[in-house]
Design a binder for this molecule. Structure first.
Ligand SMILES: NC(=O)c1ccc[n+]([C@@H]2O[C@H](COP(=O)([O-])OP(=O)(O)OC[C@H]3O[C@@H](n4cnc5c(N)ncnc54)[C@H](OP(=O)(O)O)[C@@H]3O)[C@@H](O)[C@H]2O)c1
Length: 342
């Protein structure tokens, strides 16, 4: 079993290495790839030094699973090539998420839909993952009529360039600007580029991906995405309107028992505490007194872990455990076609 990390030097790629160290995936080879400029450099994995190869070399090795985090344009170019040699690609970019025949997967919610034919699997946007983890059980029990979301997104969500701009500005160093304005001591109501209708692409990702993951196009979703000078961890203020009436206590009970959620009653979650954790933290649950089926929530999670790397590794775990990726399936068969344990 060979796993490849494509984009292993990036923030998400580095976090994938950490998450793989922490979990017991049964792979024997780990390939690490990044841009040609990084070829020959090294990254650390579990005390071992791994040499970076080019993406082409990783493709030539036909890995069983490739965890991609190199951005949308490069993913559009490379992912189909890996898929065509039998690799299952789990992609962190926005390239494939809204394609009709590509599954957008949060394992706690919809991993069961995966089949060996899914050679490219999309990992959702970081803000969407923490939102749907918090809401999927409420959606199942009561239905969701409407979501009004405001995000407070950390600079690590923009990759290393976002962190560099904030740190440079904090230290008074002139450097490259990733954002259109100063981010230090500021809040930018712009994540990603603007669409023609005045929403940003990040806001559209939240709207569209939420409906796709929850498999419910009837949910009304609107969002404002804001970049804040926090290094890691995204926060979301969310007003939800349920389809069926529910008491505050019932909503709290569901949240306490939702897979992946840590529900805080006596304190509230903050990005500093969520940083480094795989959980989605939910707090500040309140009845919205202006509407009997509406509630307010505050949702926080580490965008690099559950919002990206951990979710992708969990998808890989699911594929392996359920012998879904076809290469794992063929290596799990003995000559008489009977399954071996991997
Ligand atoms: N940051 C987050 O919170 C987050 C969350 C969810 C999804 N994502 C998505 O994950 C992807 C990566 O994000 P990131 O935050 O890790 O960005 P990043 O820190 O900027 O890392 C980018 C990675 O892409 C590699 N790369 C750049 N040009 C390349 C090329 N021509 N060929 C091969 N590799 C190349 C870089 O390698 P070099 O070091 O060699 O340049 C680096 O490993 C993006 O699609 C992003 O939207 C990010």
């Amino acid at each position: 079993m060979t796993i490849a990390i494509i984009g292993a030097t990036g923030l998400v790629g580095q976090t994938m290495l950490k998450v793989l160290e922490e979990r017991n995936l049964p792979f024997t080879n780990l390939l690490v790839a990044a841009s040609d400029q990084s070829k020959g450099n090294t990254v650390a994995y579990n005390g071992v030094t791994l040499t970076l190869v080019s993406v082409q070399s990783a493709l030539n090795a036909k890995p069983d699973i490739a965890l991609f985090s190199i951005g949308a344009e490069l993913s559009e170019f490379w992912a189909p090539q890996f898929a065509s040699v039998g690799t299952t690609v789990i992609d962190n970019s926005s390239a494939w998420r809204m394609h009709d025949n590509i599954k957008l997967v949060v394992p706690e919610i919809n991993a069961k839909t995966l089949t060996p034919e899914d050679k490219i699997i999309a990992n959702p946007n970081c803000s969407a993952i923490q939102l749907v983890i918090a809401l999927h059980d409420l959606h199942r029990h009561f239905g969701l009529d409407r979501l009004v979301i405001s995000t407070y997104q950390s600079v690590s969500g923009s990759g290393q360039s976002g962190i560099d701009q904030l740190k440079n500005e904090q230290s008074g160093i002139a450097g490259e600007k990733f954002y259109p304005h100063t981010i230090h001591e500021n809040a930018l109501p712009q994540c990603d580029d603007f669409s023609d209708d005045g929403y940003t692409k990040e806001e559209w990702k939240l709207i569209n991906e939420t409906k796709k993951i929850l498999n419910d196009n009837k949910i009304g979703v609107t969002a404002t995405a804001v970049r804040v000078p926090v290094i890691g961890g995204h926060s979301e203020s969310v007003n939800i309107t349920l389809s069926k009436p529910a008491q505050l206590e019932e909503v709290a009970h569901i949240l306490k028992n939702t897979a992946g959620v840590v529900f805080l009653e006596d304190s509230y979650p903050m990005p500093l505490n969520a940083y480094g954790s795989d959980h989605v933290f939910v707090g500040r649950l309140r009845q919205d007194h202006s509407h009997e089926r509406s509630f307010n929530l505050w949702i926080v999670s580490d965008n690099l872990r559950k919002g990206a790397a951990t979710n992708a590794v969990q998808i890989a775990e699911y594929l392996i455990a359920n012998k879904i990726n076809s290469k794992a399936l063929s290596s799990a068969l003995t000559t008489d076609g009977q399954p071996n344990s991997l």
